[in-house]
Design a protein around this ligand. Structure first.
Ligand code: UDP
Length: 241
């Protein structure tokens, strides 16, 4: 049974990390592409101004509750959300399992030096991991067909797509019927973290739900993008059910 709740038209699955992993393992048994998204407050606010994006987020197979904003909304709406499932943590879990089960991984996205370093660092962490291919995320439209052909020739189980939101979900959705894989997940800036280019917020910030504060301190130029966070909180409070 699917247990989900809705924040401004974006469904959120009430899953723990363990549930999310179980669902993805089931997805990998089925011979079709499954889409996993990681909606946080920023993504939900983007979807308010972008019907196409909202529609895509309603057609994914799993939306994990990413970010303290989503946890906050669940509390206001009195929806029991067992825990926050950060996209980065889910990706790390999937990689750990892929290494163990010899699943095939494709990495698409980020700058050329970042994707290369991500690959190297993952190979250091998991020497046996089966990364069947990588490609940076700065390709032109005319190159897309070739990239998809390359991905399909490698027949990956999982494609991690790091093009940032909403580009990554739109890209996956647009190509869902031609991608030869079982799972595709948008992972935003995760390759930058894996490459060691961006530092993830220390655990204390994450525990307190203040990852955004750390990010604001480190990347103050993002403040404009982050202004949607208080707007999200106010909108949640005023839409209390
Ligand atoms: N990116 C990309 N192609 C693009 C735009 C962005 O590969 O055309 C990459 C960018 O290099 C970064 C990631 O997508 O690695 C987006 O990171 P960001 O932190 O902005 O995304 P968020 O996690 O906020 O969605």
């Amino acid at each position: 049974m699917k247990d989900r709740f809705n924040i401004f038209g974006v469904p959120i699955d009430k899953v723990t990390m363990k549930d999310a992993v179980k669902r993805t393992e089931d997805f990998l048994k089925e011979d079709r592409l499954h889409i996993v998204a990681t909606p946080n407050a920023e993504i939900i606010m983007m979807a308010q101004k972008d019907e196409e994006y909202k529609d895509i987020l309603n057609k994914t197979d799993l939306n994990v509750p990413d970010g303290s904003g989503v946890v906050f909304a669940s509390k206001v709406y009195k929806e029991e959300l067992p825990e926050r499932v950060a996209g980065f943590d889910l990706m790390m879990e999937l990689l750990r399992i892929a290494d163990k089960k010899e699943q095939k991984i494709y990495l698409l996205g980020a700058a050329p030096d970042v994707i290369k370093k991500t690959y190297e660092n993952l190979k250091k962490k998991y020497p046996g991991i089966n990364i069947v291919g990588i490609h940076d995320g700065y390709f032109k439209d005319f190159q897309e067909e070739g990239i998809i052909k390359e991905i399909n020739s490698k027949n990956p189980d999982i494609i991690f797509v790091a093009l940032g939101a909403p580009k990554q979900e739109k890209w996956i959705f647009k190509n869902r019927n031609i991608l030869n894989a079982r799972l595709a997940i948008g992972v935003g800036g995760s390759f930058d973290v894996l490459a060691g280019k961006v530092k993830r917020a220390p655990e204390i910030y994450r525990k307190l739900g203040m990852e955004w504060l750390y990010r604001l301190k480190k990347e103050p130029w993002r403040y404009k993008r982050m202004m949607v966070l208080p707007k999200f909180a106010v909108k949640v409070l005023f839409s209390r059910r």
